[in-house]
Ligand binder design. Structure first.
Ligand SMILES: [Cu+2]
Length: 315
C-alpha cells in the first residue's frame, strides 16, 4: 500500500503552544496538552525528528508574486456582533470591516486554486474557519446558549497571519436561547465551528455566575468542542497575555508535508527576541518541549506520515 496521504490533524497533533512563564495567565489553548489523540493508531510511524526549516521556496515565490501586498497592514473591525451584545436565537451573524494600509490585500477565494487571502475566524477556543468574502456575512449557526468569544485576524493564502496592530480583533457576546447542544455549531456552508459536547455544562456555569455576580457572567469557562479537551484556562481576558493558536490545522498532503508552519497570534505579550519577557513553548505529539522566542511563523520539517481519523477541511 502506498502511503501517499499524510494526515496531520489539529485534533491529533496536540501541539500545545503556551507562553512560558505566565501559564496561570494564559487563556487559550492550554488544554491542547491534554487533547485526546484518536489518530495514528493503525501503524506505528518511524521516529519523527523535527527540525526548524527555512520558509519553503514555494511560499517565497508566492510572496514575491504578491509584491507589496505581503507588506500590507490590514486592520479589521468587528461590526457584528457588537461587544457584549445579547443575541437571541442560535444564529450569530459576523460582519467585518477591513481597512488599513492594504497595498492590494483583499480576502478572496480563487475559484481555480481554491486559495486566496482570507480571515481566520475563531469561536471560543476552537480551530479557526476561513472567511473569504467580506461582502457577505459569515454566519455561525446553532450557537449554544451562554457567553462566547469571537476572534478574527487577517491571513495570507498559505494561512500565515498578518501580525500588525489591528489585524487581530476579539469580541465577547452572549447568546440567549441558543441552539441544539447535541448538534455542532457550523458556518452557513456547514463547516464545523464547535461540536458543543461541553456546551451544556458551560452554559450552567455561566448561569451560576450570573446568579452570584452579574459582572462575572462572561468569565465562565469557555465552551469547547470538536476534539479539544475543555480548557482549564478560563475565559478570555482581553487585558492579559493571550496566545491564539492558528496553524497547523487540517490535513497536509504531498508537497505541503515537506515543511509545516506553526503560526499563532500574540496579544499583550512580547517575546524575548522581540524585546519582551515571554517565550512560546510547543511540543508535538507530547514530545520534547521547544521554544519560540521571536513572533514569526516557523516551519518544521521531518514529519512522518500518520493517518488521522478525524477529517478536517484544510482551509
Ligand atoms: Cu487560513
Amino acid at each position: 500500500m502506498k502511503l501517499s496521504r499524510f494526515a496531520l490533524l489539529a485534533c491529533a497533533l496536540s501541539l500545545p503552544a503556551l507562553l512560558a512563564g505566565c501559564s496561570s495567565d494564559m487563556n487559550a489553548n492550554k488544554s491542547a496538552n491534554a487533547s485526546a489523540s484518536p489518530a495514528a493508531t493503525a501503524s506505528t510511524p518511524a521516529t519523527q525528528t523535527l527540525t526548524v526549516a527555512e520558509r519553503p521556496q514555494k511560499i517565497k515565490d508566492q510572496m514575491a508574486g504578491r509584491g507589496e501586498e505581503d507588506k500590507a497592514s490590514p486592520v479589521l473591525k468587528i461590526a457584528e456582533p457588537a461587544a457584549n451584545a445579547t443575541i437571541k436565537g442560535s444564529t450569530v451573524r459576523v460582519r467585518l470591516n477591513l481597512s488599513g494600509d492594504l497595498k492590494g490585500y483583499k480576502p478572496h477565494k480563487d475559484p481555480s486554486t481554491k486559495m486566496g487571502n482570507h480571515i481566520h475566524v475563531i469561536l471560543d477556543n476552537q480551530p479557526y474557519e476561513a472567511y473569504y468574502n467580506l461582502d457577505e456575512p459569515f454566519e455561525l449557526r446553532n450557537v449554544s446558549a451562554g457567553a462566547h468569544t469571537l476572534r478574527v485576524f487577517a491571513s495570507r493564502p498559505w494561512h500565515e497571519s498578518y501580525k500588525n496592530d489591528g489585524s487581530f480583533q476579539m469580541v465577547t457576546f452572549n447568546v440567549e436561547g441558543g441552539g441544539d447542544p447535541s448538534k455542532p455549531t457550523t458556518t452557513a456552508a456547514g463547516e464545523k465551528m464547535a461540536d458543543n459536547r461541553s456546551a451544556a455544562s458551560n452554559a450552567n456555569a455561566a448561569n451560576a455566575n450570573t446568579t452570584t455576580n452579574a459582572n462575572t457572567a462572561t468569565a465562565a469557562a469557555t465552551p469547547e468542542g470538536k476534539e479539544m479537551a475543555v480548557s482549564a484556562g478560563g475565559a478570555v481576558d482581553k487585558s492579559k497575555p493571550l496566545l491564539t493558536y492558528s496553524r497547523p490545522k487540517g490535513e497536509y498532503t504531498g508537497d505541503d508535508t515537506s515543511a509545516i508552519m506553526i503560526d499563532f497570534w500574540l496579544s499583550n505579550a512580547k517575546l524575548q527576541s522581540d524585546g519582551g519577557d515571554y517565550r512560546v513553548r510547543y511540543s508535538v505529539d507530547g514530545g520534547e518541549a521547544k521554544y519560540i522566542d521571536k513572533w514569526e511563523p516557523i516551519w518544521l520539517a521531518g514529519w512522518t506520515s500518520s493517518k488521522g481519523l478525524c477529517g478536517e477541511a484544510d482551509d
